[in-house]
Write a protein that binds this ligand. Structure first.
Ligand SMILES: *Cc1c(COP(=O)(O)O)cnc(C)c1O
Length: 390
């Protein structure tokens, strides 16, 4: 079956007892057993829950993987992957990774003797160069946050395979609608389901999808042993959200492309980054490995923090907020928000300046979004002229 059908039906047959068409919300923490050692597949909801199983089957199907595991947050899912490591093991991670993943590597895993080196994942040779004999996992995101740089998943997967290193791809920005890393050779896919997969900004959750049975067993053991599982209600909401993922992504991408093209023409905009733009430096790679370019756009304003602040304050449809992937449009200021904890020099070296703005383009009416951005840019620009005269 095709993606949009699987998003609605995978793992979600009608309930065998009642015929309920929608997966029931099983809040029960425990399950009555038939006799010693005999039950219907569930005994305790940390170890397994029918609503969670439905979500796990659905996500595995969307990523075209054999096994799905749901977690209480995206970072709990990231941690489940790193739980495969022992002290002395080494990770090569993309330079532009989610700040929370960086923090987990540096502040939690580092002190436990698991070390990471960061490399520019746009270049396969840079990843290769960072590898050591202790390297066990290569960790990448593509597109990255907030600059929307891409990494060549198939090429990096080939390098990892040759060295017996696992490749994990955080597919949160792209979603399985736009990109299926397992098909390109990755071993592990990770999601913050908080973002596009749930899509309605009302659940924090995460997931891991894998093909390998041994890895799946190991991580399933960890999921139960460490216990960072999502609540049945969060699973239920996420299942409801993911049903419309394909429909939402079509609208996200249509709006994002239109906005990226209009921003490119705007006198107050210095540059725009969106993988769907012909002049994105890796547009050719985007065409090769992505089926859609997603809903994230970043751009650089002419001006700095002041202009950016006036722009954010003038927005009326876009909310000035962190996070992404919901139906509503959000604008964020990476220098003070997502990357606020990164030292200025380090941040600017990566290209995240005081004029960088990130948009999570929602699925509202395209014209309303364009008008909102235009009036906010005009306000930022006019105020600047007025102030200069004064
Ligand atoms: C948000 C995010 C995470 C962390 O997910 P949480 O659900 O907030 O724990 C990880 N990776 C990426 C790319 C994200 O955007």
């Amino acid at each position: 079956m095709k993606f949009s059908t699987r998003a609605i039906h995978a793992g979600q047959q009608a309930d065998s007892q009642t015929g309920a068409t929608i997966i029931p919300l099983h809040l029960s923490s425990t399950f009555t057993q038939d006799e010693i050692g005999v039950h219907k597949g569930y005994d305790y909801s940390r170890s397994g829950n029918p609503t969670r199983s439905a979500l796990e089957l659905c996500l595995a199907s969307l990523e075209e993987g054999a096994h799905g595991l749901a977690f209480a947050s995206g970072l709990a899912a990231v941690m489940a992957v790193f739980s495969l490591l022992k002290p002395g093991d080494h990770v090569v991670a993309g330079e532009d990774i989610y700040g929370g993943t960086y923090r987990l590597l540096e502040k939690v895993l580092g002190p436990q003797g698991i070390f990471a080196t960061y490399a520019d994942a746009r270049e396969v040779w840079a990843i290769e160069k960072a590898m050591r004999k202790e390297t066990r996992i290569v960790w990448i995101e593509t597109p990255t946050n907030p600059l929307l740089h891409l990494a060549d998943i198939a090429a990096i997967a080939a390098t990892c395979l040759a060295r017996g290193v696992l490749l994990a791809v955080d597919n949160t920005f792209a979603t399985p609608y736009a990109q299926q890393p397992l098909k390109l050779g990755a071993d592990i896919v990770v999601h913050s389901t908080t973002k596009y997969i749930n899509g309605h900004s009302d659940v924090v959750g995460g997931a891991v999808v894998i093909n390998d049975d041994y890895l799946s067993k190991t991580m399933r053991f960890y999921q139960n042993a460490a216990g960072a599982v999502p609540s049945p209600f969060d699973c239920w909401l996420t299942l409801r959200g993911v049903k419309t993922l394909a429909a939402r992504m079509i609208q996200h991408q249509g709006n994002a492309l239109a906005i990226a093209e209009i921003l490119q023409q705007h006198p107050l905009v210095e540059s725009v980054s969106y993988p769907g733009l012909k002049d994105h430096p890796q547009h050719e790679l985007a065409l090769r490995q992505m089926d859609s370019f997603g809903g994230m756009v970043s751009f650089r304003l002419r001006g700095g923090r002041e202009e950016a602040n006036r722009f954010f304050k003038a927005l009326q449809v876009f909310s000035f907020a962190e996070s992404l992937g919901g139906v509503e449009s959000l604008a964020c200021y990476p220098a003070a928000m997502t990357h606020g904890s990164m030292p200025r020099g380090e941040r600017e070296r990566r290209g995240i300046t005081d004029s960088t703005v990130r948009l999570s383009v929602g699925i509202e009416d395209k014209e309303d979004l364009i008008n909102d951005l235009s009036q906010a840019l005009a306000t930022a620009a006019t105020t600047r002229r007025v102030q200069r005269k004064g």
